[in-house]
Design a protein around this ligand. Structure first.
Ligand code: DGY
Length: 322
């Protein structure tokens, strides 16, 4: 008998077909939003789960699902998993590293450029019929080329953004990370390691690419924003909760920093109402990895983790040693 799995969100039909060759699949192709109780109920008799970052797997869910052996997340981030609880329950966690690195770095760079050059703000102005004449300072923003690019969180995606900035745009790259990169990686990114304080004070464009955890909660709050240059831009493609969104909206409103580009939000899909009223922010709905080939690669890797685990006893990209 095939093991039974739950695919908790809608996914590419071809990936679902591949899973159906190996598993009894209960899917959610209508992409209903399930409460935690509904998700738990659907998982109760399953051996595996294909999840996304919106599906919380914690001790409470695990206690109700004793047959569960593996949760394969279709995301590189896995803050929806309580890894300690999963390990204690003997449930393997997997994610989708590498396949999204370049696509996400492309987007981070694009969001930084759109923010610095005030692209959405000026487009709204044009669409509203307010453009009646040219003027010397109309939507004048800040430059990317030759500017100082600061990166907080220098994993694979951070390094991808650093390389784009250093090699493509002649940027001066500084970074801060829990651990310093080796010399070869620093050289490849032309990046200089600095303290968080120096990063905040020197960056013309600060991009956040660190994972979310209790330690990184509100890593950028009022105190950190106060240390940034008034001309600086801030870009968050990491996770909501890393930035204190209320403090950021106040800093944008008072022009204590120039602009922000946000792909992720505290409590998303809700967006702090003050962010919706300030003009100097570019807002996108958590789409940094959303190119068609990359989303397909992520879905395939999550599926392949389930298949490899059940057919060969070993997942491809495990996060714990359950
Ligand atoms: C990721 O892979 O972590 C992206 O944020 C998509 O959820």
């Amino acid at each position: 008998m095939k093991p039974s799995i739950l695919v908790a969100r809608a996914v590419f039909p071809e990936v679902l077909q591949k899973l159906a060759q190996h598993f009894e699949v209960e899917s959610n192709q209508s992409d209903e939003t399930w409460s935690k109780a509904q998700l738990t109920d659907k998982l109760r008799d399953k051996a595996g789960a294909f999840t996304t970052g919106t599906d919380r797997i914690d001790a409470e869910v695990l206690a109700a699902c004793p047959q569960l052996k593996i949760c394969a997340n279709m995301a590189v981030g896995y803050n929806n998993f309580d890894i300690a609880a999963m390990t204690a329950a003997g449930v393997l966690a997997t994610n989708t590293p590498d396949v999204l690195t370049e696509t996400t770095a492309d987007f981070g760079f694009a969001l930084m450029m759109a923010t610095a050059r005030r692209m959405t703000e000026s487009e709204h102005y044009l669409r509203a019929g307010q453009w009646t004449k040219w003027s010397y300072d109309m939507f004048a923003g800040s430059d990317i080329h030759g500017a100082t690019l600061g990166i907080l969180g220098m994993g694979r995606i951070g390094q991808g953004i650093a390389k784009r900035g250093a090699h493509g745009f002649g940027m001066n790259v500084v970074y801060h990370n829990r651990s310093r990169l080796d010399a070869a990686s620093e050289a490849a990114c032309k990046a200089r390691y600095v303290s968080k304080e120096e990063l905040l004070k020197t960056a013309d464009h600060l991009v956040l690419v660190l994972p979310y955890s209790a330690a990184s909660h509100h890593a950028i709050g009022a105190a950190e924003l106060a240390q940034m240059k008034p001309t600086a831009t801030l870009v968050n493609i990491a996770r909501g909760g890393i930035v204190d969104d209320a403090a950021l909206a106040a800093a944008l409103r008072d022009r204590r920093i120039a602009a922000a580009g946000l792909d992720v939000f505290e409590g998303e899909p809700a967006v702090h109402p003050d962010l919706l009223t300030v003009p100097n922010v570019v807002l996108t709905p958590h789409i940094a990895s959303a190119s068609v080939p990359t989303r397909l690669a992520m879905a395939n890797l999550a599926a392949d983790n389930l298949i490899a685990f059940f057919t060969q006893g070993k997942a491809l990209t495990p996060l714990n040693a359950a």
